[in-house]
Structures are given as structure tokens and as C-alpha cells.
Design a protein around this ligand. Structure first.
Ligand SMILES: NC(=O)CC[C@H](N)C(=O)O
Length: 201
């Protein structure tokens, strides 16, 4: 593939941060609000923000069903935080009646880390990176249950001590990538580069 075009769903959320990260990696970017724009993308980023607002706006802009079809049809897609919620086939603690786009065979719990720890940071090990990734979590979801084709990439311990349970916060399923945290707010481009490898594979 020559230089790929990667769209960022631009209905709400931290669109600019993703566009900048992708441009630093030398790909063509496109802010996606309409079905025609989606059709020009070789890959798609669903940004962090507020999943309830994004799914409503997707419906208002008439792009929701096209997004569903594109993602389940194999468009490489990277969802971060609210974007991970949008990718989930099954959602817990959604707003009443909240829908997702789906594609990722997983149950995602929204705002999972609770009020006390609305935001936190942690260093996470990934199998494909030598050094840990510094992860910023903001009212983040976690993955509660994942299907057989979902590969767990990273988990975080919740609470203190050796017995603290660990929660899944990054996964890959084929050409779908999802993180509970926001790699776009950091200078570290490794996860975006990893996603581009999935786009061009
Ligand atoms: N930082 C985020 O993207 C937060 C996600 C938000 N809690 C939601 O439900 O969509």
C-alpha cells in the first residue's frame, strides 16, 4: 500500500491529538463525519471523549450504520477509551439505552475504575514493546470478558498489594486495536505505529 489514509472519527473528543500523532508518523489523515469520508479510509481511529455523545452524533450525521458495517467488514480500527466503548460488542454500565458500534468480541465496563480514581497513570508492559508504555486513564473503561479471538495486550492492577486484581486495558482482535487509556495525549507513538502496521499488513 502507498501512503495509507487514516480517518479519525471527528464528531466529538480528542480528535486533534490523534490527527497530530498520525501525521507525525507520516500518514495521510482525514477527519471523518460523513459516509463518503469513511469510504476513503484505509484505517479508522475512534478517539477518546464521551461515548454517549459520539454514538448519538453518529446517528444524527447518518454515519452510524456505515461505521458498523465498515468495522465488522474488516476496516482496521483503533479505539481509545470512549472509542474502546464504541467498539465493544457488549457494554456494562452504559447510559440507559446506550448503543455501541461493535466489532470487538468483548464486554466493556464503562467508567469502570470508579469515582475515587477518575484519572490515574500507570506504566504498562506490552508483549511487542521492549519498554513499558506510560498510560493516562481518564474515566476509563476496562474489559471484563473477552472472546477467544481477542488477544490481551496489557492489564493494570487495581488496588494495592500482591493480591490486587488485574484488569484488561488493551487488546487486539485481528485488525482491531483498543485501549482503555489515551496514547494520543503522550509523545510516545508506539501504539499508533503498531496500529499503522495493522493498517498496512
Ligand atoms: N476519556 C474517555 O474517553 C472517557 C470515556 C467516557 N467515560 C465514556 O463513557 O465515553
Amino acid at each position: 500500500m502507498s501512503t495509507p489514509t487514516v480517518g479519525v472519527l471527528a464528531l466529538q473528543g480528542d480528535v486533534r491529538e490523534h490527527v497530530e500523532a498520525l501525521e507525525r508518523l507520516g500518514v495521510r489523515t482525514l477527519r471523518v463525519r460523513r459516509v463518503e469520508e469513511l469510504g476513503r479510509c484505509d484505517g479508522l481511529v475512534l478517539p477518546g471523549g464521551e461515548s454517549t455523545t459520539m454514538i448519538k452524533l453518529a446517528s444524527v450525521f447518518g454515519i452510524r450504520d456505515a461505521l458498523r458495517e465498515a468495522i465488522t467488514g474488516g476496516l482496521p480500527t483503533f479505539g481509545t477509551c470512549a472509542g474502546m466503548i464504541l467498539l465493544a460488542d457488549r457494554l456494562r454500565d452504559g447510559a440507559p439505552g446506550q448503543e455501541t458500534l461493535g466489532g470487538l468480541d468483548a464486554t466493556v465496563r464503562r467508567n469502570a475504575f470508579g469515582r475515587q480514581v477518575d484519572s490515574f497513570e500507570a506504566d504498562l508492559d506490552f508483549p511487542m514493546f521492549e519498554d513499558p508504555v506510560h498510560a493516562v486513564f481518564i474515566r476509563a473503561p476496562w474489559i471484563e470478558e473477552a472472546g477467544p479471538d481477542v488477544e490481551v495486550l496489557a492489564s493494570v492492577a487495581v488496588g494495592e498489594g500482591d493480591g490486587a486484581p488485574s484488569r484488561i486495558v488493551a487488546v487486539r482482535q485481528g485488525r482491531l486495536l483498543a485501549t482503555s487509556f489515551h496514547p494520543e495525549v503522550d509523545d510516545d507513538l508506539r501504539l499508533h505505529r503498531h496500529f499503522l502496521d495493522l493498517v498496512t499488513a
